[in-house]
Design a protein around this ligand. Structure first.
Ligand code: ATR
Length: 287
């Protein structure tokens, strides 16, 4: 129970939010750091979002995470944006500053740092990205900013894939960025390929957006953005002797980078391992 009257507040704004793990992992980090802050979640309807964002700094709030469906609205409301939020055209982190609302997007950098932690010798020359929504966009931008130049985007609807392709080719001219239907996955998968699964297929432990080949190629790696339980795709990759990771690292990574921004500290001082462990313990208790 919160019994102190001198705590600053951090928020998660989404619709819905009741199943979010963010309060659990953020408060575990705040406790470990001894910060005089508490992290709360609020279910905010899209039509109320702007009024809530206007009111929070008047209540003394320091910042907020923004999740579905508010990331684009948050982007439009910000007076200042980080370069990565501008590139992704979406904001997941708000910082209430004296000179106005500042927006950042820590999804991509959080995912990247979690990936680097499990694959320190990262050497993938190409990526296969499954999906073309907001999550795929942050992955593609992050990889392109890290210098990756060869992408295959596999998506159900070609028009959504084309929209992302046009955006990426405009932002990173000269990049090799081709589109394929989901059914082409087996033919596109080669050695040393990073596969990133960004769709919601497999979320409830059922279904896979793509079919696997009989053998998992050497050096290929699956980054599955879904967390909480191993998706059928991640299970199938591991059954073939392949390597992969779930999306818990991304969830905690983006949370850690948001916290670093609010606390004005280096991301390295945020206890990311503790956040991941807290989330894993939560899911282990539910299994
Ligand atoms: P997010 O912002 O989390 O990425 P999104 O913008 O709704 O979510 O994007 C969802 C992605 O999952 C899209 O690529 C979508 O494919 P379409 O562009 O064809 O809609 C993909 N997706 C969702 N349900 C799917 C399904 N049942 N089979 C295949 N792809 C699916």
């Amino acid at each position: 129970m919160i019994s102190r009257a001198d705590l600053g507040t951090l928020w998660l704004l989404g619709h819905p939010v009741s199943h979010s793990l963010s309060p659990l992992i953020q408060n575990s980090a705040l406790r470990a750091l001894g910060a005089d802050l508490v992290y709360l979640a609020a279910d905010v309807r899209p039509e109320d979002f702007q009024a809530v964002v206007d009111a929070l700094p008047r209540l003394g709030a320091i910042g907020a995470n923004v999740t579905v469906p508010h990331k684009q609205q948050a982007f439009r409301l910000c007076r200042q944006l980080s370069p990565r939020a501008r590139a992704m055209r979406a904001v997941n982190t708000l910082h209430f500053r004296s000179d106005g609302l500042y927006g950042d997007n820590t999804d991509g950098v959080g995912w990247w740092s979690a990936l680097r932690q499990s694959k320190p010798e990262f050497h993938f020359p190409r990526a296969l990205v499954i999906g073309a929504g907001g999550a795929a966009r942050s992955i593609v931008h992050t990889l392109a900013q890290q210098g990756m130049r060869e992408f295959v985007l596999l998506n159900r609807s070609r028009s959504n894939a084309q929209a992302l392709q046009a955006e990426v080719l405009q932002d990173y001219p000269g990049i090799d960025f081709c589109l394929e239907p989901l059914e082409s996955f087996r033919g596109c998968l080669r050695a040393d390929t990073l596969v990133v699964q960004t769709t919601s297929v497999g979320l409830r432990g059922v279904g896979s957006p793509v079919e696997l080949p009989d053998r998992w190629p050497k050096g290929a790696f699956l980054s599955e953005l879904i967390y909480g339980q191993k998706t059928p795709l991640l299970q199938a990759v591991e059954a073939l002797g392949g390597e992969g990771q779930d999306g818990l690292g991304m969830l905690c990574g983006q949370a850690a980078f948001s916290l670093a921004l609010w606390l004005e500290r280096e991301p390295g001082v945020i206890p990311l391992d503790l956040m991941v462990q807290t989330a894993r313990t939560h899911f282990a208790g539910k299994a």
